[in-house]
Write a protein that binds this ligand. Structure first.
Ligand SMILES: Cc1ncc(C[n+]2csc(CCOP(=O)(O)OP(=O)(O)O)c2C)c(N)n1
Ligand SMILES: [Mg+2]
Length: 210
């Protein structure tokens, strides 16, 4: 059993060592957490990637939402979670979820503690790329690509903004923010479309063969 667990760890670590992808960030998320803080995880692909690949510290507080149907009101819940206990908070949600609840960015202007919101922009709904959806129709009817970016949305609501393009930039930007504080910070991660849903499926298949 220990041998299998070690093999799983080795395979996963090798796969993500050089990547800057949604799956790799889920795997490394522990390095971005604030000390004595809390994590809010959005729905869809990111929560599944963190569940499968993340190695979060024991007992670290993690919140998530299950709204009326799922992806509604995630930013509002993130703001509410922080307002309730005033801890430094890292939130991570998908791009469609962020667009759905864009007005709630206004709530992040009045944060009572440091707040970083990571928006994983994979240009649409990628969770359905895990399912055997028909290739020809997937893009148009399931993924709904919008080709939008969030820089100006952050500006409208007076948030700081950064869109790092590699792991070191991401880690330094967030960890400097935890030390220095300031206005709430939005981080936009521009990642490839279908890749991460497929990575998860491929990894599960690889694990079955170990
Ligand atoms: C209120 C609501 N409407 C629609 C859905 C169906 N739905 C499930 S996931 C999803 C898209 C999520 O997209 P995004 O936040 O970008 O996450 P990704 O799939 O790319 O990880 C949608 C529309 C839902 N769960 N909740
Ligand atoms: Mg998305």
């Amino acid at each position: 059993m220990t041998e299998i667990v070690n093999n799983v760890h080795r395979t996963v670590n090798k796969q993500f060592a050089q990547q800057f992808s949604e799956a790799a960030i889920a795997h490394q998320l522990a390095h971005l957490l604030p000390t004595d803080g809390q994590l809010f995880v959005g729905n869809s692909l990111i929560v599944r990637l963190i569940d499968a690949l993340g190695q979060l510290p024991t007992s670290y507080p993690i919140y998530s939402n299950r709204g009326a149907s799922g992806i509604d009101g995630l930013i509002a819940t993130l703001a509410g979670v922080q307002a309730a206990n005033a801890k430094p908070t890292l939130g991570i949600i998908g791009d469609i979820s962020a667009l759905y609840d864009l007005n709630s960015l206004n709530l992040l202007r009045a944060c009572v503690a440091p707040m970083v919101l990571i928006v994983v922009n994979n240009n649409g709904v990628q969770i359905f790329s895990m399912l055997p959806t028909p290739e020809m129709e997937r893009e148009r009817f399931y993924c709904l690509p919008h080709h939008l970016q969030f820089k100006h949305a952050a500006a409208i609501f007076g948030l700081s903004y950064s869109s790092p393009s590699n792991w070191h930039q991401l880690k330094d930007t967030i960890n400097n923010y935890w030390q220095q504080g300031g206005r709430a910070l939005m981080i936009e991660l521009l990642v490839a479309g279908h890749e991460d849903a497929r990575t998860l499926n491929q990894l599960v298949n690889q694990m079955m063969e170990l």
